[in-house]
Write a protein that binds this ligand. Structure first.
Ligand code: HPA
Length: 245
């Protein structure tokens, strides 16, 4: 049974080296996931791929049905999820096109359906979130990065903002004071929902731009696209090595 899923983010709507054998349309008690699940092979190894923002990249971060996405993957027999995500770089080493495997997060998002544990409960449930990303899976990603001869940064605090707008420089300064190294819009509630379902989960973040106020001038979509093109080519290499190991 396939047990690895890759959730693709901005810049990774299609995964290089991935051949889909079949696309499965799924309904869950929480509604429909972002797209049909693509069952296939990444360089000969079974993987399920799900584009977080939908097949046509039309679903903004705050409208993604995170509960349906993770539920559908678990129903399909997945036990480990690698979440690829575009982020802004805040601290010095988080430069554009760099791959980072964060080890902590802070959630600034709001109004998202963020838990499976709210109605019809036998008892109130509090998951442990001391390590929000599964250590073993993080280590596998870092090892795959080494095997692929890539520079991959080990650790960092991911701040999850609401979007879809980018942040103000003052907001980025606040995130930096809080200890955030990276800023993205989709890291939560995805990570927490994966933990609620008992799935292994780790984030493979790709820096798309310096966060607001870290460079002179505005952040342009052209700059984000160019950096993601470079970074996602490296992500594809990393994932090839991950599935091989
Ligand atoms: N902020 C939030 N999310 C992002 C950014 C950013 O600067 N870049 C890519 N995703």
């Amino acid at each position: 049974m396939t047990n690895l899923a890759i959730i693709g983010g901005t810049g990774l709507a299609r995964l290089a080296g991935f051949d889909a054998d079949r696309r499965e349309t799924v309904e869950t008690p929480w509604g429909a996931p972002s797209a049909p699940l693509a069952h296939g092979n990444l360089n000969g190894h079974p993987v399920i791929f799900l584009p977080r923002h939908g097949d046509g990249h039309t679903i903004p971060p705050h409208r993604i049905n995170y509960r349906a996405n993770l539920w559908a993957l678990q129903q399909a027999g997945v036990s480990a999820v690698v979440a690829v995500a575009a982020v802004g770089g805040i601290t010095r080493t988080m430069e554009p096109a760099r791959i980072v495997i964060p080890d902590q997060l802070i959630d600034y998002s709001y109004g998202r359906s963020h838990t499976y544990f709210e109605d019809d409960l036998d008892h109130v449930t509090h998951i442990d979130f001391t390590e929000p990303y599964t250590r073993k899976l993080r280590e596998r990603l870092l090892a795959a990065g080494r095997d692929a001869w890539l520079t991959v940064l080990d650790g960092g605090v991911y701040g999850c903002t609401q979007g879809p707008r980018l942040e103000t420089p003052a907001e980025i300064r606040r995130l930096e004071r809080d200890g955030c190294d990276l800023v993205g819009m989709t890291g939560m509630p995805e990570a927490a929902l994966a933990r609620e379902l008992g799935l292994d989960y780790a984030c493979c973040a790709v820096v798309a731009n310096w966060a607001a106020g870290k460079t002179a001038g505005e952040i342009t979509m052209a700059e984000i696209e160019a950096n993601l093109n470079r970074g996602m080519a490296d992500v594809a290499k990393l994932l090839e090595h991950l599935v091989k190991a």
